[in-house]
Design a protein around this ligand. Structure first.
Ligand SMILES: NC(=O)C1=CN([C@@H]2O[C@H](COP(=O)(O)OP(=O)(O)OC[C@H]3O[C@@H](n4cnc5c(N)ncnc54)[C@H](O)[C@@H]3O)[C@@H](O)[C@H]2O)C=CC1
Length: 303
C-alpha cells in the first residue's frame, strides 16, 4: 500500500512517517518537490503516484499571521483538503485529515463533543472548519482528527520556546485562562496508525490526551520536569506568572475553552487515551536526550 503523507516535515507529519511505515510504503514529497499551494501540481502528483491512502498533515498553522494572509491559509486549510477529498471520492480511497480545537467558539466550560456547532474566532479556525466541511460534504471515506495544542521534540512549539526562555529569563507571564490540553505529535501519529489498523468508521473524532490544564499549567509542568532532569534554568516554575488572555493581546483571538470530549474516540479504539502529564514527560524526556535538547543539561559556563 502506498501512503501519501503531506506536511512530512511538520510536527505531525514527521511522526506519521515513522508510524505509518509499519502499514505501507510512505510517500512523503518535500515542499520543494510538491508545492501544495499549486493545485495543478497536486493533481499531477496524485495522477502520477496513485496513492492508496492520503494522510494530510500539511496546513497553514501560523495562527496570528493567518489574519493578514487569509488567502494562503484558505488554500492550504480549506481548498487543499477539498481537492484531496474529491480525489479520494473519485478513486474510493480513505483521506485522513487533522483539524483543530480553534473551530470552536471557546464559550462555556464543558468539553466540546464532535456534534457541537463550530463557531471559529479567527481566520485559521475558520479555514480549518471549511476544510472539515469540504471533506464531510465530498462523501469520501475519511477520518478527521480534531486535536489541540500540538507539540513535539521536533519542529517549533510552546514546549521548546519555553525551555529556551527558561535559560534567559527570571520571570515570565503565561496565559492562564485558556483551558485545554497539550497533544504530542507522536500520540496523534500512533492513534492514526491504530485507527487505520482497526478500520475505524468514517467520521470526525476528537484526539487529545486526557485531562485539562491552561498554558500556565503547561509551562509549570514543563519547568518542573526540566528541573527534575537537571536542566540549569534561570526561570523557576513558581516564577511563571498567570495572566488573563486580555493581558496578552494577539492579532488572532483564541478560544478560552478548548476542552475536547474524547468519548467517541475512546469507545472506537476500545481503550482510554493517556494522561497529558505522562505524555509531556515522555516527549520532554525524548527531547532532552536528543543532542539539541541534551545541551540544555550541560552545566552553564561562568566567565
Ligand atoms: N500546531 C498546533 O498546535 C495544532 C495543529 N493542528 C493541526 O494538526 C495538523 C498538523 O499540524 P503541525 O504538524 O503542528 O503543523 P506544522 O506547522 O508543524 O507543519 C505543517 C506542514 O505543512 C507543510 N506545508 C505548509 N505549506 C506548504 C506548501 N505550500 N507546500 C508543501 N508543504 C507545505 C510544512 O512544510 C509542514 O511540513 C494541521 O492540520 C494543524 O492544523 C490542530 C491543532 C493544534
Amino acid at each position: 500500500m502506498n501512503i501519501l503523507v503531506t506536511g512530512s516535515t511538520g510536527q505531525v507529519g514527521f511522526e506519521l512517517q515513522r508510524q505509518l511505515s509499519l502499514l505501507g510504503r510512505v510517500l512523503a514529497p518535500s515542499r520543494h518537490s510538491l508545492d501544495l499551494l499549486d493545485a495543478r501540481a497536486v493533481d499531477a502528483w496524485l495522477a502520477q503516484h496513485r496513492p492508496d491512502l492520503i494522510v494530510n498533515a500539511a496546513a497553514y498553522t501560523a495562527v496570528d499571521r493567518a489574519e493578514r494572509e487569509p488567502a494562503l491559509a484558505r488554500r492550504l486549510n480549506a481548498e487543499l483538503p477539498a481537492q484531496l477529498a474529491r480525489h479520494a471520492k473519485r478513486h474510493d480511497l480513505c483521506l485522513v485529515h487533522y483539524s483543530s480545537d480553534y473551530v470552536y467558539s471557546g464559550r462555556g466550560d464543558t468539553p466540546w463533543r464532535e456534534d457541537a456547532t463550530p463557531a471559529p474566532l479567527n481566520v485559521y479556525g475558520q479555514t480549518k472548519l471549511e476544510g472539515d466541511l469540504a471533506i464531510q460534504q465530498s462523501g469520501c471515506q475519511h477520518l478527521i482528527f480534531r486535536t489541540s495544542w500540538v507539540y513535539s521534540a521536533y519542529g517549533r512549539n510552546f514546549m521548546k520556546t519555553l525551555l529556551r526562555l527558561a535559560l534567559e529569563r527570571e520571570q515570565l507571564a503565561v496565559v492562564a485562562d485558556q483551558v485545554g490540553v497539550p497533544t504530542p505529535a507522536r500520540l496523534i501519529a500512533r492513534v492514526t496508525a491504530q485507527a487505520l489498523s482497526l478500520r475505524l468508521a468514517s467520521g470526525l473524532y476528537h484526539l487529545a490526551p486526557r485531562g485539562e490544564t491552561s498554558w500556565h499549567g503547561v509551562a509549570q509542568a514543563i519547568l518542573r520536569f526540566a528541573d527534575s532532569q537537571g536542566v540549569a534554568m534561570t526561570l523557576a516554575p513558581d516564577a511563571v506568572m498567570p495572566v488573563p488572555t486580555t493581558g496578552y493581546p494577539t492579532p488572532a483571538s483564541r478560544p478560552l475553552n478548548s476542552r475536547l470530549c474524547l468519548d467517541k474516540l475512546e469507545a472506537a479504539l476500545r481503550t482510554p487515551l493517556p494522561d497529558w502529564e505522562a505524555q509531556l514527560a515522555l516527549t520532554l524526556g525524548e527531547y532532552l536526550s536528543h543532542p539539541t535538547g541534551a545541551r540544555l543539561r550541560e552545566p552553564m559556563e561562568h566567565s
